[in-house]
Design a protein around this ligand. Structure first.
Ligand code: PGA
Length: 261
């Protein structure tokens, strides 16, 4: 078998994840979940993950549970075991209702809720303890990019938050590179900027092992829209997208899914 064919055969499916953040009321959330499920046909060539607000997780899961291409993620989980921690949601609870993934370390959690790298490492551990796969976010601020330290920032976030895992665990993670300056700003990184960082992340993973580097999907996030998705997803090391704003409109999100083809 030639090497191009081998790499096509082992290439994982692209992943398109929708992060609904703290948006939508109950009826709107259910309508959106139904419309996305109805719009994803057997021909869709990617895996879709929906991350609704926690209060809707169970109902979204029930509505799309029959769909073999859609999984559900929480947007966060606690860094500790169940107990007296008012307002928190543990990985054990998420797993008990059938949640497959959890977004960990989104920049909005890091910035607005003071989540540190060591705390995120504990969250990742809780996820694995209960069989939930982390979608681990990393990315530099505008200030950090202007200082030219983006690579160091992303490397530190990955080493401190994720790289303590075993190779087997790491292979099951999804990494999302989300430059903070591109999130919700309408300012997408260029495909070149994304590819540069994704290839650096792949290189760091290769430092752990080739098989980890091949198995981990690296998503790009930050103002992905139907207009920008196709070019972004065509970059060699961009294995999918984590979509915020455009995931709240079924038509836009479905167009981004179409762009995987
Ligand atoms: P955005 O958000 O697509 O609205 O920029 C992306 C994200 O925060 O995951």
């Amino acid at each position: 078998m030639n090497s191009v064919l081998t790499s096509i055969l082992i290439m994982p499916q692209k992943i398109i994840a929708g992060n609904w953040k703290m948006n939508l009321n109950y009826a709107q959330a259910m309508t959106l979940a139904d419309a996305i499920a109805a719009g994803i046909t057997g021909e869709s060539s990617c895996e879709v993950i929906l991350a609704p607000p926690s209060i809707y997780l169970h109902d979204v899961l029930r509505r799309i549970g029959h769909h073999d291409r859609i999984s559900v993620a929480s947007q966060n989980c606690a860094d500790r075991e169940p107990g007296a921690y008012t307002g928190e949601l543990s990985a054990m609870m998420l797993a008990s209702v059938g949640i497959d993934y959890s977004i960990i370390g989104h920049s909005e959690r890091r910035i607005y809720f003071g989540e540190s790298d060591p705390l995120l490492a504990r969250k990742v551990d809780q996820c694995f303890k209960y069989g939930i796969l982390p979608i681990f976010c990393c990315g530099e601020t505008l200030d950090e990019r202007e200082q030219g330290v983006q690579s160091e920032v992303v490397e530190r976030q990955l080493r401190q938050g994720l790289f303590h895992l075993s190779e087997a665990e790491l292979s099951d993670c999804i990494i999302a590179y989300e430059p903070v300056w591109a999130i919700g700003t309408g300012k997408t990184a260029t495909p070149g900027q994304a590819q540069e960082m994704h290839s650096l992340i792949r290189q760091l993973l290769r430092g752990i092992s080739d098989s980890v580097a091949e198995r981990v999907s690296i998503l790009y996030g930050g103002s992905v829209t139907p207009a920008t998705a196709q070019e972004m997803l065509a970059s060699q090391d961009v294995d999918g997208a984590l979509v915020g704003g455009a995931s709240l409109k079924a038509d836009d999100f479905l167009s981004i899914i179409q762009a995987c083809r």
